[in-house]
Ligand binder design. Structure first.
Ligand SMILES: Cc1ncc(COP(=O)(O)O)c(C=O)c1O
Length: 425
């Protein structure tokens, strides 16, 4: 076949876009979800579904406790609260994560301390964590970015040395494992978003897992007042046993909608088989892309882990090729490869004016409030690897459903063809 690029009138590498579109379609709900929702409605909107989802998710992850939430953001807020983050406490987190994972530290008047990332995996860099610990550090928040599993043993060793809690944000990593253990169960608390784009979804929802009774009970205190009668004595002081609930705690009301729980239960049942198909497809693509060019890297899989792909984000080095990323992406699209920039919203979090202006609701709060003991700064250049990352990202389709290997080979062939002919661009 001619090697003339499709952008210059040559033949397209991908001959039919339909199989890629079909394999990437998400979210997908079927008869089972519809039946599950109908059944909750027929039972008058029963909350029973939430408890069942929690039991099933706890069993899936091998956790002692699971606590369903109305979204991933509230689960993360509860996780920091569960970990005991107090006003002025510092929480070490990645500069390259979802901004709401960090703003939930501020919600507790905690102070985020940003760490740079590993240039290959985009995971928080353990060596940086060690440098950023101060006497006020309370916890470390770890993201498994786009499903690439972070080096949990190294992170846990640091945490144990300094007596810190570890919170895993698994919102990109449903179904991924670290040395055979599900993500979210290695740290003290794990959180998952179940929002519509995620690998398992309730449309909106979240869930927190932990093996630690104290963490679980604290998470209940923040947003689940109906659980208080079942908590330990000291949390039940205002509970009147004649009534069914305790008018106490914070009342954030983070309870999941039972319709969402019904959908989540079905999605959880399908997660193992979907993870298997996803891994088959994306491993085939990664194998085919791995050695195409030193200027192009498919997303890595860390040793000892089985990752997943919320997004399939490659790195393209325009400095090395001299061809701008946008031109590279345009050439891929012309070949029929649905290429894009990375996941929207993934800039270094501290570029957000919230941090640059050091003010959230009143000048200086919480960054310079009386309860802080040192000034944590957020200058440009703080985390250079995270800052350099976004302009290098090129997204390829995530093939979540069964896909003919020949179609995956066509995607790889399209990328290879453009990389071979960069000079012509
Ligand atoms: C890494 C990460 N953490 C937390 C969240 C928040 O989850 P939710 O949108 O369900 O509130 C998201 C959502 O995209 C996320 O990507």
């Amino acid at each position: 076949m001619s090697d003339t690029l499709a952008i210059h009138g040559g033949p397209k590498s991908v001959t039919n876009p339909e199989p890629i579109a079909a394999a990437s379609r998400w979210p997908v709900f079927g008869e089972e979800e519809q039946e599950a929702v109908r059944s909750v409605l027929e039972r008058g909107g029963s909350y029973e579904e939430n408890g069942l989802f929690e039991q099933e998710f706890a069993a899936f992850t091998g956790s002692r406790y699971a606590l369903a939430h109305n979204n991933g953001t509230s689960a993360i807020h509860a996780a920091y609260f569960a970990a005991g983050v107090q006003p002025g406490d510092e929480v070490i987190t990645s500069a390259y994560t979802w901004h709401l994972q960090v703003s939930q530290i501020l919600a507790l008047h905690g102070i985020p301390v940003f760490c740079d990332i590993d240039p290959h995996t985009a995971c928080i860099d353990p060596a940086e964590i060690e440098h950023k610990i101060s006497p006020r550090t309370r916890a470390i928040a770890v993201l498994h970015p786009f499903g690439c599993v972070a080096p949990m043993e190294e992170i846990m060793a640091i945490a144990h040395r300094h007596n810190l809690k570890v919170i895993e944000d698994c919102s990109h990593a449903h179904g991924a494992t670290y040395k055979g253990r599900p993500v979210g169960t290695i740290g003290d608390v794990g959180c998952y978003s179940l929002q519509a784009s995620k690998l398992m979804t309730a449309i909106e929802g979240g869930i927190l897992v932990t093996n630690d009774t104290e963490c679980y009970e604290r998470a209940c205190l923040l947003g689940h007042y109906e659980r208080i009668p079942r908590l330990q004595e000291r949390y039940r002081r205002y509970y009147d046993p004649a009534q069914t609930m305790a008018p106490t705690c914070f009342g954030y009301k983070y309870r999941m909608n039972p319709l969402a729980a019904a959908i989540a239960r079905v999605q959880l049942r399908h997660l193992p088989e979907r993870t298997k198909v996803l891994r088959q497809n994306m491993c085939q693509l990664s194998d085919a892309l791995r050695d195409l060019s030193p200027a192009f890297r498919p997303p890595p899989e860390a040793h000892g882990t089985e990752r997943v792909w919320l997004n399939y984000i490659c790195e393209y080095d325009a400095d090395r090729t001299g061809i701008p990323r946008q031109r590279f992406i345009d050439a891929l699209i012309a070949e029929g490869v649905p290429a894009s920039h990375g996941r929207p919203g993934y800039l270094p979090v501290y570029w957000n004016p919230l941090y640059e202006d050091r003010s959230m609701w009143a000048p200086g709060y919480p960054f310079d409030a009386p309860y802080t003991t040192r000034r944590v700064e957020y200058p440009r250049g703080l985390c250079p690897i995270a800052e350099a990352r976004a302009p290098r990202e090129v997204g390829l389709p995530v093939l979540r459903h069964a896909c003919d290997p020949a179609v995956i080979a066509q995607i790889a062939a399209g990328v290879g063809k453009v990389l071979r002919n960069l000079k012509a661009l």
